[in-house]
Write a protein that binds this ligand. Structure first.
Ligand code: BGC
Length: 563
């Protein structure tokens, strides 16, 4: 339908066009391989398990799948500590399994994005062993950041930089002659030494890794810690150590240095040799939005996660600002905005939104901490997702959010595996609560994650009733809501729509008019006020995140409507 609207609007974003490439409005589903499906029954998910469950994703209606790392790794940071970027860890299968998974995904019309971890290697990468053996001043050490310590005997770390997982960002090594020696930099765990991106071997090796996976048919890369590869070469002291995982501190001498961009320009050129088009998505915890937008200039990344959106509390004013601000910042460089609400590093949004919204969410929740309001969190999560999928651009969905899974907030400390928990001596519970194995079938061993009942992290009781088989075909379930949203999003071309803010529905109501390239109009309204509101006259509701009451839109509900 087209025609006049009964309300005032303010243009935020112009529509795309029918010929736009797929990634500009793609919805990409993140699979965390340890926890999605476990074919061999050892309690840790694997590639064969993933391949066997891909039909779930085709039925959900996503465009692509991003797989967190499944490469050879001692698993000190759940695979983000890579010992061989060009092989599969036996825990997850083999290269043959990876090929079969890529082929199966393509058969189902799903693209495959793999993770690339260029900021660091595992300390079990052959290069790190060579660096230790070769000693100070060697070309082998130059691939990492080795420095002499401060103080007379070099026993003080070279800078005061702190690791994101807690503790100093430097660890001292023992030299081949047995004496205490140099220090190496690790922005994360000591088992993840940072690579020196000024070194030619490093640059050449990652080019080979890109080609290796591109030649195997992957459709793109999610690039880990994309804002961290280059360090200020003067290694200055940094007064304010980061307060938590990847906290946005753009002034840090190790985050968002200008030198990172030439690396991505080089990779973009390499990707351009391939057809059909391959993409890269930046994990760059950078703010403000115009600084983050530099990563998606036309000769760099195709996408960058919109972490400002993920970090925004469920309050109308900051939400309205972040939506308008991120569209403006990405439009300024001609890029799409890439929305996201959950991933394997943050509290699941069904729990995050059930906590007080005027405080920073914690990094993990334990049994003795304030527990989220589960019903409120789920209600808001459904509304937030309905809002997100109604916005133009791309979006990422984290495994299990389509079931409304909450964070596991009562994991016993003994079960925790995230290095943040140990490195902060339990001060931060860490990220295990969002990484718990998927529930597929109520009553089955490990809720259908495998046949044996083994699970590397225990599943909470609440997961049984949220299992896929409990929601499949059930009207009003979160799974059916996601399916409906994704189908309508495609049908009404919301990812390529122009967007205008609708005014006059109230300060605590977010309302947008999305106009697709063919003129189809969709009204997206989220009510964050404490009162139920009336929808504008002449609207016909297409989908609602929760039931409407007497035709009104209750608190914490979002609808899409025809107008
Ligand atoms: C990943 C984390 C990981 C860290 C170090 C992050 O950005 O998403 O899971 O611990 O990088 O590789």
């Amino acid at each position: 339908m087209t025609g006049a609207t009964p309300f005032a609007t303010r243009e935020l974003h112009a529509p795309g066009s029918a010929g736009d490439p797929w990634w500009r409005d793609a919805v990409i589903y993140q699979v965390y391989p340890r926890s999605w499906a476990d074919a061999d029954g050892d309690g840790i998910g694997d590639l064969r398990g993933i391949a066997s469950r891909l039909a779930h994703l085709a039925a959900l209606g996503v465009d692509a799948v991003w797989l967190s790392p499944f490469y050879t790794s001692p698993q000190r940071d759940a695979g983000y500590d890579v010992a061989d970027h060009r092989d599969v860890d036996p825990l997850f299968g083999s290269l043959t399994d990876a090929d079969a998974l890529i082929a199966r995904a393509h058969e189902l019309g799903l693209r495959i994005i793999v993770d690339l971890v260029p900021n660091h290697t595992s300390s079990e990468h052959p290069w790190f062993g060579e660096a230790l053996t070769a000693g100070p001043g060697s070309p082998e050490r130059d691939r990492y950041h080795f420095r002499d310590g401060l103080g007379e005997d070099g026993s003080e770390p070279p800078t005061n930089w702190q690791s994101n997982f807690g503790g100093a960002a430097w660890t001292r090594v023992t030299e081949p002659d047995g004496r205490p020696g140099q220090w190496y930099l690790h922005l994360f765990d000591p088992s993840q030494p940072d690579l020196n991106w000024q070194n030619c071997d490093v640059r050449a090796d990652f080019r080979s890794t890109l080609r290796f996976w591109l030649d195997r048919g992957v459709d793109g890369f999610r690039v880990d810690v994309a804002h961290g590869l280059v360090k200020d070469p003067t290694f200055p002291p940094f007064g304010t150590p980061p307060g938590g995982l990847l906290e946005v501190t753009s002034d840090a001498p190790f985050w968002d240095q200008d030198g990172v961009h030439e690396i991505y320009r080089d990779w973009r050129e390499l990707l351009q040799e391939y057809s059909p088009e391959r993409i890269m998505c930046a994990e760059a915890w950078v703010s403000p939005a115009d600084r983050a937008a530099r990563y998606v200039r036309e000769d760099e990344f195709h996408q960058a996660f919109n972490f400002e959106f993920l970090d925004t509390p469920w309050l109308a004013e900051p939400m309205r600002d972040v939506i308008a601000g991120s569209l403006a910042a990405s439009d300024a460089v001609g890029a799409p905005t890439t929305w996201v609400l959950s991933n394997h590093d943050v509290l699941r949004h069904a729990s995050r939104l059930g906590l007080p919204q005027d405080e920073e969410p914690p990094n993990g929740i334990g049994p003795e901490d304030l527990q989220p309001d589960a019903a409120l969190g789920l209600r808001r999560a459904r509304a937030a997702t309905t809002l997100m999928l109604g916005l133009p651009g791309g979006a990422y969905v984290y495994q299990g959010e389509e079931l409304g899974l909450p964070e596991h907030t009562t994991l016993p400390d003994e079960a925790r595996a995230d290095p943040t928990f140990t490195r902060t001596r339990g001060a931060e519970k860490g990220r295990d609560g969002c990484r718990v194995p998927m529930p597929w079938t109520k009553g089955a061993p490990a809720l259908g994650f495998n046949d044996t009942g083994a699970a590397w992290l225990p599943q909470p009781d609440s997961y049984a009733d949220l299992a896929v088989d409990q929601q499949d075909g059930v009207p009003g379930s979160t799974l059916e809501l996601y399916r409906q949203l994704l189908a309508l999003r495609r049908e009404r071309d919301l990812g390529r729509a122009g967007l205008a803010e609708v005014e006059g529905l109230g300060d605590e109501v977010l309302a947008y008019l999305a106009t697709a390239p063919d003129g189809t109009r969709t009204l997206v309204v989220a009510n964050l006020s404490p009162e139920s509101i009336e929808l504008p006259a002449g609207t016909r509701v297409l989908v609602a995140s929760d039931e409407l009451v007497e035709g009104g839109l209750p608190t914490d509900t979002c609808v899409w409507a025809e107008i």
